[in-house]
Design a protein around this ligand. Structure first.
Ligand code: SF4
Ligand code: SF4
Length: 75
């Protein structure tokens, strides 16, 4: 799938995230942080999707930047 860095961002499903931090360690762009034992994704995310491959609970997904605040953990 073609990556659209301008319109997409990684998003965290707060119901699935267990706060293990594996995604933070995998992110090459320092675009993730922990807040209240859950991961948040910063707007600096480049949509490289590396973190998606490291999450053991499949809590990360691709989202449109415009609506990722609605039901996903992001900042
Ligand atoms: S998609 Fe890439 S840049 Fe964005 S949070 Fe995941 S690893 Fe970091
Ligand atoms: S790897 Fe998945 S479960 Fe672990 S902190 Fe990141 S989003 Fe949460």
């Amino acid at each position: 799938m073609k990556t659209d860095r301008a319109t997409q961002i990684a998003a965290v499903d707060t119901q699935r995230c267990v706060g293990c931090g594996y995604c933070l360690l995998s992110c090459p762009h320092d675009a993730m942080a922990m807040a209240d034992a859950l991961v948040v994704v910063h707007e600096s995310c480049t949509a490289c999707w590396i973190c998606l491959r490291h999450c053991p609970t499949e809590a990360l997904s691709r989202a449109d930047r415009g609506d990722h605040h609605a039901d996903r953990n992001a900042c």
